[in-house]
Ligand binder design. Sequence first.
Ligand code: KIV
Ligand code: ZN
Length: 548
Amino acid sequence: MDNYVRIFDTTLRDGEQSPGATMTSAEKLEVARALARLGVDVIEAGFPAASPDDLEAVRRIAVEVGALRAMRADSPAQRPPIICGLARASKKDIDKAWEAVQHAARPRIHTFLATSEIHMHYKLKMDREQVLERVIEMVSYARGLCDDVEFSPEDAGRSDPQFLYLVLGEAIKAGATTLNIPDTVGYTTPDEFGALIAGIIQNTPGVENCIVSVHCHDDLGLATANTLAGIQAGARQAEVTVNGIGERAGNTSLEEVVMALNTRRPVFNLVTGIDTTQIMRVSKLVSNYTGIVVQPNKAIVGANAFAHEAGIHQDGMLKHQQTYEIMRPEAVGVTQTHLVLGKHSGRHAFKVRLNELGYELSEADLDKAFDRFKHLADKKKTITDADLEALVADEFYQPREVFTLDGLQVVCGTMGMPTATVRLRGPDGSTHTQACIGTGPVDATYKAIDAIIQAPNTLLEFSVHAVTEGIDALGEVTVRVESRNGHYSFDTQTETDRTRTFGGHGADTDIIVASAKAYLSALNKLLVASNRAGPAETPAFVAHLQTA
Ligand code: KIV
Ligand code: ZN
């Protein structure tokens, strides 16, 4: 058995499918590029049968990311990532998946059908013979289109192992090249899941010619432990998401599995193709785009993951780093530099530092970013790497703008009614001004924005945090809104529509401005999803949508 563990990233499918994680096509493409730079082996880019938009997003990723040559000079594969599309076990879904992924240099179709008694009886209303027959038929149909076919017996964690061996053996005969074993509901324990994988490897005819994969959910907080147990039992592909986002409690987190394999190499004796120094950057990108904030104490990528607060720990750290640190922060891309640039730094130094952080901007974008940097440096004496990352995220990792903030003035405090005057520029270039009072400055600002845009929504989450320490720190605001006009996304597993929510993110030294930008970025996504631009809907907006 080889010692290479393939990293199959499903942030754009199982992750994006989870409530609140909706991303626009442009954002998905940017995440896919970042995943390719990170060195993942497979990108599950989406579920093409869900909607024409989903199909188009997967197709664009296949064309633009799946055709890239040698992502990293030292990548073991020196090849572009495999681009995978998910399909239920139906010809229609498989055709859509193939339509989307066929443009990639290395396409894959991933099809699934449930094998647990509870799923077969209540959800599929099929018996074992019917399930077996459908698996054979659909895997061979997919294999007729694509040389690389993955099959997943959904809810394998609660399936009868003897039935699994039979189904998987037939899937191999029908042409499956990867067998993915999902613990769909996050039910198993590490011992059980490891034993399930060992049993499959021992008892499934033909398994030696396939890659066995593991796909865990975190309902009991065991996803990473179960994934590692599966890998120790012989699985050589791990299905994961960035920051562990995903259905309910989430999927296995990419960064946890990769860093466990890296940090405890003597225990596992296994390698991945991941450039771990990209981890933090991809984590921030996904958090900014989805509006799903990473909890501060999250392993590897949480804000406190490398912070040593307790005096006794700090003392130990000063004596020897390894007293309390099992990984170097730089290994995951957490830069320790404090003072990087200031007011007098030139464009060249700025560009060099951005390149060192992994950002390669076009000359035009660099000009824009440098302009923002100069403004920030006027307000803030020291500009750290974290500030630069927040600035780049705010300037470039935003959804296509429909409305932009053109001006904002607030009056607040204990002496009167909090009032906000907001000026927005619409898609046709015209400006709209509105003043509102509210319970506080953010409430007043949001009311004024609502009065202009008129996109009925409920604010589900609002969070603010300082990017760095100090009174002049950049404030980062993340929001999540739910449309009250009924936007739905299709859930592949429950086969139901669920209400879509939209995340937004903004950064500024003024937290009211950051709050306004975050809200606008979420509303812009909502407007794009509903193909409208509120009261300012004009031919210019329609043309803008068509060309974007
Ligand atoms: O959790 C699950 O079972 C899935 C399958 C579609 C692989 O996401
Ligand atoms: Zn899943």
